[in-house]
Every structure is written in structure tokens, then in C-alpha cells.
Ligand binder design. Structure first.
Ligand SMILES: Cc1cc2nc3c(=O)[nH]c(=O)nc-3n(C[C@H](O)[C@H](O)[C@H](O)COP(=O)(O)O)c2cc1C
Length: 169
């Protein structure tokens, strides 16, 4: 049987979302898929891929420009293949405790691209994250790495199960 190809693209300002994308990529590879992980700004064509996962970090309730641009530029091709979206994320354990609904832009893209699903993962701001707001958060004990590998792996396995399901449309 042909090995299905998955593209995991991401918009990330400081690297936390890139880490989530890499974890999805690792998991899907272990599940037997051929996976490419790439910054959303570097995506030129999605034609070579059977499925696409597109993720973005959240800043002030907004999706990253590169992720939005990628969704917009490849909208037609994306809508013709299975797509999943993710956002990252809250600086607490809320994303692990319950489903966090997509922000407006992610909800809009979910509809436009007929995405199979959207998930919000916890995010990460640490002492290494540049910027005075990040430094302030860390200084006041509100930073931390809230990305859960288990949560990410679980979701990636679900995508794999769905792609392998015999009634995949
Ligand atoms: C200035 C600032 C604004 C943020 N705004 C939000 C937000 O609106 N919603 C949210 O869930 N997380 C928010 N976060 C947390 C980031 O989304 C989280 O740290 C994310 O993992 C960063 O990803 P990146 O390193 O890929 O850019 C914010 C963080 C900073 C520093």
C-alpha cells in the first residue's frame, strides 16, 4: 500500500509551536507515514501531500500571520484534502483538562478548509523567550512549558487512525 504523505506546517514566533509540529511529525512517522515538517512561510505547494496539519501560536487571541497566509494562499488545494488545525497556547494546564475552542481566525479557517478537527495545545514561555511581556510573565511566575507530549501524541495518533480508516473520504 502507498505510504501516505503528511505535511505539518506551523506559524511560530519563538519556537514553541515549531516544537509541537516536530512532535506531531515524530509521532506520525512512528505510525508509518511519510512526514514533512516545515514553517508555514516556506510552504510553496501542498499538491504532493495526502493530508496537511497546520498550526499556529496565539498572540492576543490571534493566529500567526504565516499560518493565516498559508491557509489563505493554499485554500483551494487544502479544501480538497484532509486538513487538521491546531493552536498553541494557554500558559497553564487548561488545554489538557478540557477542549479549548478555536479563536475566531482558527474557527474561520476550520470552516473554510473543511478541516477535520482543531485542537488547542498548551504553550510555552520561558526565561529564554525574548520580549518584555514574556520576561514579565516569567518574572511573575506565569511562564512555563505547558506543552504536553502525551496530548500532542494522542492527537497525532487520532489523525493517523482517521487517515487509515477505510471510509476516509
Ligand atoms: C505577548 C504574548 C501574548 C500571548 N497571547 C496569548 C493568547 O492570546 N492566547 C493564548 O492562548 N496564549 C497566548 N500567549 C502564549 C503563547 O501563545 C504561547 O507562549 C505559545 O506557545 C508561543 O508559541 P511560539 O513560541 O511558537 O511563538 C501569549 C504569549 C505572549 C508572550
Amino acid at each position: 500500500m502507498k505510504q501516505l504523505r503528511i505535511l505539518v506546517a506551523y506559524g511560530s514566533k519563538h519556537g514553541a509551536t515549531a516544537g509541537i509540529a516536530r512532535e506531531i511529525g515524530r509521532t506520525s512517522r512512528q505510525d508509518g507515514f511519510d512526514v514533512a515538517v516545515a514553517p508555514a512561510a516556506e510552504v510553496r505547494d501542498v499538491a504532493d501531500f495526502d493530508a496537511v496539519v497546520l498550526g499556529s501560536s496565539l498572540y492576543a487571541g490571534h493566529w500567526h500571520h504565516d499560518a493565516l497566509r498559508c491557509a489563505h494562499d493554499h485554500a483551494e488545494a487544502l479544501a480538497r484534502r484532509p486538513v487538521w488545525l491546531f493552536s498553541s497556547g494557554p500558559l497553564d494546564s487548561s488545554a489538557e483538562q478540557h477542549d479549548i475552542p478555536p479563536v475566531h481566525a482558527a474557527a474561520t479557517q476550520t470552516r473554510h478548509l473543511h478541516a477535520r478537527g482543531h485542537v488547542t495545545f498548551g504553550g510555552s514561555v520561558t526565561a529564554e523567550t525574548p520580549g518584555w511581556i514574556a520576561h514579565g510573565l516569567v518574572k511573575h511566575g506565569k511562564g512555563g512549558d505547558f506543552r504536553s507530549p502525551e496530548h500532542i501524541q494522542r492527537w497525532a495518533h487520532e489523525i493517523g487512525d482517521e487517515l487509515r480508516s477505510p471510509d476516509r473520504a
